[in-house]
Design a binder for this molecule. Structure first.
Ligand SMILES: C[S@@+](CC[C@H](N)C(=O)[O-])C[C@H]1O[C@@H](n2cnc3c(N)ncnc32)[C@H](O)[C@@H]1O
Length: 288
């Protein structure tokens, strides 16, 4: 073999291995979709790859092919993989300046409505739902609001419904609440019990928690506010467009769309339908 060849051969071997792995990942997501109905086929590949490998090792396997076989024949393995694939990181008043902007720029408009329907899409364990309920209570709007809080993952929804959160997170939550413009005392919203805090049940009086898959399920209502924060970053551009179309179909005229810090409607198919309310905080208003 000529000098220098082995290196080039090993690079192309690596490329081939990666190509094969990507094919296997496609087969895995196709199989999951056809057998279980969960559609991860257009999720962003780098993040999927990391999570799939985490599950492969956790199951004592060593290949994607091994995981395909196990997931398709063992629904409990599918449930574990589902938890890995749906990244559930969240916090109360996460990105507090978003909530401050919402209070200052969206609440005044909501005051003009007799009735407000909000949708938290991809609400995870519910921290952002309780945060919004607190904000709306403080603004005297909660009684005329109905909040729909949905997620693909039933396990996180159960936690959200319980309204019980670890006491260890309360320091960060309290600090976020203050930065978010909270007008009361955060500790009044919960009762501490051992290492957990139980939030006031009145905060979820007007909340409906339900499983909803943004990729496969249809629009189910018309909303004045749709918040979908830190979910679309896990989707590729095709899927982001599809979900943005779903939001547009579910949005009242002049309704508000709130996205995560790293997300935007720029360059999506619906960009022309919105104007910026707060560019920095990714808050938009439907104008056509
Ligand atoms: C990182 S969390 C974001 C939670 C919260 N919105 C926030 O910003 O703190 C992403 C959530 O999106 C949910 N999710 C992922 N794919 C989804 C889908 N296709 N339909 C509905 N929810 C989905 C996950 O289960 C997870 O709970």
């Amino acid at each position: 073999m000529p000098d220098g060849m082995p290196e080039r051969v090993s690079v192309s071997e690596d490329d081939e291995k990666l190509d094969l792995e990507l094919i296997e990942i496609q087969l895995l997501t196709e199989g999951i979709y056809r057998h279980y109905g969960f559609d991860f086929r257009d999720y962003s590949v780098p993040s999927m790859r990391r999570r799939i490998w985490k599950r492969i090792y956790a199951e004592g396997l060593s290949t994607v092919a091994g995981l395909i076989e196990k997931v398709l024949h063992d629904s409990s393995c599918m449930e574990r993989l589902l938890l890995d694939l749906s990244i559930n990181t969240t916090a109360m008043f996460r990105d507090p300046t978003f909530y401050l902007a919402f209070r200052q720029k969206v609440v005044p408009m909501l005051r003009t409505y007799p009735y407000v329907r909000l949708w938290h899409a991809g609400c995870s364990t519910g921290e952002e739902v309780y945060s919004m309920a607190i904000l709306l209570q403080e603004e005297g709007l909660y009684d005329r609001c109905r909040i729909y809080a949905t997620d693909i993952n039933e396990a996180v929804l159960q936690k959200a419904k319980s309204g019980i959160f670890p006491i260890a997170t309360m320091q960060e939550n309290t600090s976020n609440y203050i930065t978010a413009g909270g007008t009361g005392t955060f500790s009044e919203y919960y009762t501490a019990r051992y290492d957990h805090c139980i939030f006031r049940p009145s905060l979820r009086e007007n909340v409906v928690f339900a499983q909803h898959n943004l990729v496969t399920d249809a629009s189910f209502n018309l909303f004045n506010v749709i918040l979908c924060r830190n979910v679309l970053i896990y989707f590729n551009t095709t899927l982001q467009d599809r979900v943005q179309q779903l939001f547009l179909d579910s949005m009242e005229m002049f309704g508000t769309l709130g996205l995560g810090k790293k997300e935007s409607i720029r360059f999506t198919v619906v960009a022309e339908n919105y104007e910026e309310v707060d560019a920095e905080e990714k808050i938009y208003r439907r104008i056509r």
